[in-house]
Design a binder for this molecule. Structure first.
Ligand SMILES: [Zn+2]
Length: 422
């Protein structure tokens, strides 16, 4: 390893961990029931800390807006015209698991055995359940204490970006274009980019730093629609209902029961296969509705799945002449690959940056969406690079210090590569 790179690693080693421990101590759980922005005011507590640290680094335009978004820019130090690159992570943690009073524990020099979490001995990280642990022998593993999540999703990303920013501010000899930082609230409840000010952000391309395994790079997500079927039945007095009553609830259940049960569901699909998934249902005799999410990697496949569902609905309704149903489709997000393919350098440079850290890049697709999928369609093409977070949204969440360091190094290399290639 060249001397300069070695120094870089040592420096990162010292600070990325400290930053991470500071951020996970702040409760930033978001709340899907809330209709305020941010959904929980406490997310701003972390935003304030981040702004304070950015200002301390000398990034003078760092600020948080009324919705809890943190914006900052590192000025270009290059004579070249370099595209403006944004790095983005989210500050909130999942509502699925408590994030209050997180006690982070560092398991130094991990030896490959089970990790029992001290505040709840039933919470055991077993290498067979967490296969990536086997690649972490000798590393420092950070977990929570057994009663909360850790919050590595996505505070590992925050720490990586902050540390890279700190490095760049202290190493003017590393050339880069204008670098933008964006920290968002409410990603976990699907509102992470609702209030992003794209004009203020003013970036050409971006990277979310919210990926799992060391070296992973995700440039493809699901395309997603929501479908609501509303059934209007025929209600009569049950004592005089013979031949007249058509229960909307029963019709809705029949529609669900008529869905294929060997394919097209989350429980029967993997990899590149899509699905139709009912997520909630409610009703009375007169009216019932079912909410579905539809997922696949292409828009064409989404349309096919919606046709399957509509077909099920229409077939069932044939037996209920007095009833009717509505089929309403709402677009949720689209596969980012379509946008990224128009700018192949975004992914190519990320592959190169990961390689320069000595790690093998792992390019893959996500069976889900990211803030990046929406940002990509809002004019900021934005794949997802690893932050090192594992088993997120659970009490067994973990991250390694070394993976976070590699994430920070990857960001620094990315800044460099965009300048080199400009
Ligand atoms: Zn996340």
């Amino acid at each position: 390893m060249p001397k300069k790179l070695l120094q870089m690693s040592l420096k990162i080693h010292h600070t990325v961990l400290e930053r991470f421990l500071k951020y996970v101590a702040v409760d930033t759980q978001s709340d899907p029931e809330s209709d305020t922005y941010p959904s929980t005011e406490k997310q701003k507590n972390l935003g304030k800390i981040l702004v304070g640290e950015l200002l301390e680094m000398g990034i003078s335009d760092a600020q948080m807006d009324e919705y809890g978004y943190v914006y900052a820019s590192l000025p270009s130090n290059s004579e070249k015209k370099v595209p403006v690159i944004c790095f983005c992570s989210h500050m909130d943690t999942s509502p699925d698991c408590s994030g209050k009073e997180v006690k982070a524990i560092i398991h130094k020099n991990y030896d490959g055995s089970e990790i029992v979490l001290p505040d709840d001995a039933s919470q055991i990280l077993k290498p067979e359940d967490h296969p990536d642990l086997k690649e972490q022998i000798g590393n420092g593993i950070i977990t929570a204490s057994g009663t909360t999540l850790l919050g590595a999703d996505n505070k590992a990303g925050l720490a990586g970006i902050m540390d890279a920013a700190h490095y760049l501010m202290n190493h003017p000899e590393v050339k880069h274009g204008t670098i933008k930082i964006l920290f968002t609230p409410d990603e976990e409840i699907g509102r992470g980019v609702d209030k992003v000010d794209m004009k203020k952000l003013d970036a050409d391309f971006g990277y979310t730093v919210d990926g799992e395994k060391l070296g992973s790079l995700e440039d493809e997500t699901f395309s997603a629609d929501a479908v609501t079927i509303t059934v209007h039945g025929v209600s009569t007095h049950p004592g005089f209902a013979k031949g007249k009553l058509e229960s909307a609830m029963k019709i809705a259940s029949e529609i669900l029961a008529s869905l294929p049960n060997d394919r097209l569901s989350p429980e029967t699909t993997e990899k590149k296969e899509g699905f139709i998934h009912p997520v909630s249902m409610n009703g009375i005799v007169e009216k019932a509705s079912i909410q579905f999410i539809i997922r696949d990697f292409t828009d064409e496949a989404l349309l096919e799945h919606e046709a399957v569902l509509r077909n099920c609905m229409e077939k069932v309704l044939e037996n209920y002449p007095g009833s009717a149903a509505e089929f309403e489709v709402k677009e949720q997000y689209r596969n980012m690959k379509k946008v990224l393919d128009q700018h192949p350098q975004i992914v190519a440079y990320a592959v190169e940056a990961i390689r320069r850290t000595g790690v093998q890049p792992l390019q893959s697709s996500i069976r889900g969406g990211t803030d990046g999928s929406r940002l990509s369609y809002m004019g900021l093409p934005c794949p997802n690079i690893f932050a090192g977070e594992h088993a997120f949204h659970s009490k067994q969440e973990w991250v390694s210090v070394q993976d976070m360091e590699k994430a920070a190094e990857t960001i620094i290399h990315l800044c460099r590569i965009w300048e080199e290639k400009a």
